[in-house]
Structures are given as structure tokens and as C-alpha cells.
Design a protein around this ligand. Structure first.
Ligand code: IMP
Ligand code: MG
Length: 179
């Protein structure tokens, strides 16, 4: 959608993201120091850049799996009712699992996915989101690790899209309409 013209104002630089990921990875390594293997689960599609940088910085033995939940469609509003469009390939019972999300906004998506994965009895289940918009929350949910808290702005880049565009920007920017 959006034939409306817009520009993207830089909000978080690629360098800041890399530095934050380094710090987060040392915390994650400590949390999972008992684990000889970690299952890292990315939420498609927005987390694909974040998960790629995260697993390389982690320097742990990992398996990577993906799950896809319904989301915004092409608009800017959350659908609230979460459906699983693509499930994990692997079983997670008794495993150490880290779920990786791009943004926690209303909270519905990650809350739902974490509930579903918890019902499969992993040994240890944690979540990380690159971005958090706490002022938008509709359900009581907080990821175990957050990259950056941001204000209520629509953001793109570093895997995150607006109507499927701008995922390949190396930084996080906010959408500003110019009409
Ligand atoms: P929630 O269920 O409202 O927490 O929404 C989470 C999902 O909405 C994220 O996985 C994103 O895909 C999408 N989303 C939330 N905020 C933004 C944004 O600012 N830009 C692009 N996608 C967003
Ligand atoms: Mg998403």
C-alpha cells in the first residue's frame, strides 16, 4: 500500500546496533552458560537481519529455526488476533530456546508465540527483541532482553519493513510522511 510519499529519518545507526548486540550477547551467553546447544528461533520475517548478527556474535553452538505469525499485513495497525502461519521445523521439548523478535509493539505477537512454545515444555525459554515500544502495550508482556526502547513511531530497516519495503536498510529509521 502507501502511495503516500515519505522519507526515512535515521533513528539508530548500524554502529549503535552492533555495539548493543555485543553487550546483549555477553548477557545471553551467561544466561545459557549451562547449555551445550541453543535453539535460536526467529520470528519471520522482521527478525532475519537481527538473528543473523546475533548468532554470529553469540559464538555458541546454535540451531536456527523459524516461526511465522500473522501480523500487520501491509498496514500500520496490529491485527491483535495472532495466527501461526509457519510453525517450527524442530521439537523444543527439554531444549534451551531463545526467541528473537524485531519489535514488541502491542505485545500480542510475542505473548502468543511464547505461550505456544512454553506449552511444548522447553527446559529454558527466553526472548529478545531488538526494539520495544512500551507506550503501545496492550497485553502485559516484556521480552527478557531489549535492544532499544523507542517512542511510538513507525520504524523500518535492519529487517523491518513498511509494506515489504526498506528491510535492507542497514540502520533503523522512522517513517515521516511528506504530504
Ligand atoms: P505486536 O503484536 O503489536 O507486538 O506487533 C509486533 C509486530 O508488529 C512486529 O513483529 C512487527 O512485525 C510489527 N511492527 C510493530 N511496530 C512496527 C513498526 O514500527 N514498523 C514495522 N513493523 C512493526
Ligand atoms: Mg514481526
Amino acid at each position: 500500500m502507501s502511495e503516500r510519499p515519505y522519507v526515512i529519518d535515521k533513528l539508530i545507526s548500524a554502529k549503535s546496533i552492533a555495539a548493543r548486540i555485543e553487550a546483549l550477547c555477553s548477557e545471553i551467553r551467561n544466561e545459557f552458560s549451562h547449555a551445550d546447544k541453543l535453539v535460536v528461533v526467529g520470528l519471520l520475517r522482521g527478525s532475519f537481519v537481527f538473528i543473523a548478527d546475533l548468532v554470529r556474535e553469540l559464538e555458541m553452538t546454535v540451531e536456527v529455526d523459524f516461526i511465522e505469525a500473522s501480523s500487520y499485513g501491509d498496514g500500520m495497525e496490529s491485527s491483535r488476533e495472532v495466527r501461526i502461519l509457519k510453525d517450527l521445523r524442530g521439537a523444543i521439548e527439554g531444549r534451551d530456546v531463545l526467541v528473537v523478535e524485531d519489535i514488541v509493539d502491542t505485545g500480542h505477537t510475542l505473548h502468543h508465540v511464547m505461550g505456544l512454545l512454553r506449552s511444548r515444555n522447553p527446559a529454558h525459554l527466553k526472548s529478545i527483541a531488538l526494539l520495544d515500544k512500551p507506550t503501545r502495550r496492550e497485553v502485559d508482556f516484556r521480552a527478557d532482553w531489549i535492544g532499544f526502547e523507542i517512542p511510538d513511531e513507525f520504524v523500518v530497516g535492519y529487517g523491518i519493513d513498511f509494506a515489504q519495503r526498506n528491510r535492507n536498510l542497514p540502520y533503523i529509521g522512522k517513517v515521516r510522511f511528506t504530504d
